[in-house]
Design a protein around this ligand. Structure first.
Ligand SMILES: Cc1cc2nc3c(=O)[nH]c(=O)nc-3n(C[C@H](O)[C@H](O)[C@H](O)COP(=O)(O)OP(=O)(O)OC[C@H]3O[C@@H](n4cnc5c(N)ncnc54)[C@H](O)[C@@H]3O)c2cc1C
Length: 395
């Protein structure tokens, strides 16, 4: 805890997605007074928050793109922290559907197979664990895969959680730790006095706080009162998804499977989540025929057995994209205003490191080394502090 505090700080968290709720839970468990504000009902399609819309993959390797070595390191760090995070969260808030079968990336054509070989070389060069499989070996693991599957890579460390179970588990854990969640309570403004955050304005009135954490996902740059240079440079990156009903006693898949143009994520309750489009359309709501057609066709090529299965649901969400696709974690130039956003396509995976980084900053006054490269100041002219110079605040 920074020396300036004589007691643990009162914290206001803007946003009740996984980032805001996860940070709030840990702070409340550490004895802070915590209030989370969300403008909608969390864990429902009302916002629609990315944390509700996501696929829940903990996919450091499957999501690893060329040029993202720094982000890979953060993703791997978070992957290592997930098993302990699962234990703690399930003990405090109930089951979250963690599955550790691993992930298969399958090739359907010669081109795909060549691409997989290059991918395997690239990942092995970074010391990542991979199993190269023939088509027959892949079908031995997952018998419903199409006969056209020629080859596959298995990433044993890429697991999954059911994000629609994670959000309510965080809500229960927060409540059990004494934190408060205010739903249908939009934050319209963060008030600063002399360069220090002092309170948030909700649709129901003013709420004083020693520390404000901005974790409003793709909407994080829309809150008044935050100086221009501290507004997180996030944008909505739309993703459409759908779910199909499998027989939970005889599911078509057990692994998460990536095929060209699609991923398929089997849940224990029989839902098969199929995603996702990546669209630069601002906050345009809704699913489209083209989006669904592309996902279903790509899924059917890899897993033809979906042909006769019922479609359960379709939805969309907005990833909080940042200019380098990596999160913004840490202080702003406004004292006592911290940022935890911009997680783009990896926000579920990055939950443990996000929580640990922001809680360490608030409770111990320093940003852990793993989070320093993701300091919000990398995009602007704000000073790059890695410890808190938090002004003590009276309410
Ligand atoms: C289709 C899709 C698939 C994805 N799949 C994966 C995946 O498999 N694995 C993975 O790791 N990540 C995945 N992601 C990314 C992941 O979902 C996000 O990075 C993560 O959920 C971001 O969490 P968050 O808490 O920052 O934001 P959100 O979950 O978007 O939460 C932000 C919250 O802030 C609230 N809010 C906004 N403005 C205000 C305001 N003014 N006042 C109060 N509250 C406000 C919103 O109502 C919302 O509840 C996916 C995303 C999408 C869209």
């Amino acid at each position: 805890m920074p020396a300036s505090y004589s007691k643990k700080p009162a914290v206001a968290v803007v946003g009740g997605g996984v980032c805001g709720l996860g940070i709030a839970w840990r702070l409340a468990a550490a004895g802070c007074e915590v209030d989370v504000f969300d403008r909608a009902e969390v864990g429902t399609p009302a916002s629609p928050a990315a944390s509700w819309a996501a696929a829940g993959m903990l996919a450091a390797q499957a999501e690893y793109e060329p040029g993202e070595d720094g982000l890979l390191g953060l993703c791997r760090e978070s992957q290592r922290r997930w098993p302990a995070f699962v234990r703690d969260l399930e003990a405090a808030g109930g089951a979250i559907g963690y599955r550790d079968e691993g992930t298969l990336v399958v090739a359907l054509t010669r081109d795909d197979t060549t691409r997989l070989h290059h991918e395997a070389e690239r990942q092995r060069a970074h010391g990542l664990e991979i199993q190269s499989l023939s088509g027959a070996e892949a079908r031995h693991l997952e018998p419903w895969l199409a006969p056209a599957v020629q080859a596959a890579l298995r990433y044993p460390g890429d697991h999954q959680v059911d994000n629609r179970m994670v959000v309510p588990a965080l809500v229960r854990a927060l409540a059990a730790a004494g934190g408060r969640l205010h739903q249908n309570a939009a934050i319209t403004r963060i008030d600063t006095v002399g360069g220090t955050a002092r309170s948030v304005q909700t649709s129901h009135g003013r709420h004083p706080a020693d520390v404000v954490v901005l974790a409003a996902g793709a909407w994080s740059n829309q809150i008044d009162g935050v100086p221009e240079r501290d507004r997180p440079p996030v944008r909505p990156v739309k993703g459409q998804m759908l779910a199909i009903r499998m027989n939970p006693a005889a599911p078509l898949l057990n692994h998460v499977v990536w095929a060209p143009g699609v991923y398929l994520v089997p849940r224990r309750d029989g839902r098969l989540v199929i995603g996702a489009t990546v669209e630069e359309r601002g906050f345009e709501p809704g699913t489209t025929a083209g989006g669904m057609l592309g996902l279903l066709h790509a899924a059917w090529r890899a897993l033809p057995g979906i042909q006769e299965l019922a479609i359960l649901d379709s939805w969309w969400g907005f990833r909080p994209g940042s200019p380098d696709d990596a999160p913004l974690l840490g202080p702003s130039s406004v004292a006592n205003l911290l940022v935890a956003t911009g997680h783009h396509r990896n926000g579920i995976l990055l939950l443990p490191v996000t929580v640990d980084a922001i809680c360490s900053l608030i409770l111990d006054g320093t940003l852990p080394g793993f989070a320093v490269p993701f300091h919000p100041a990398r995009f602007g002219d704000a000073p790059c502090r890695t410890s808190t110079s938090m002004a003590s605040a009276g309410h």
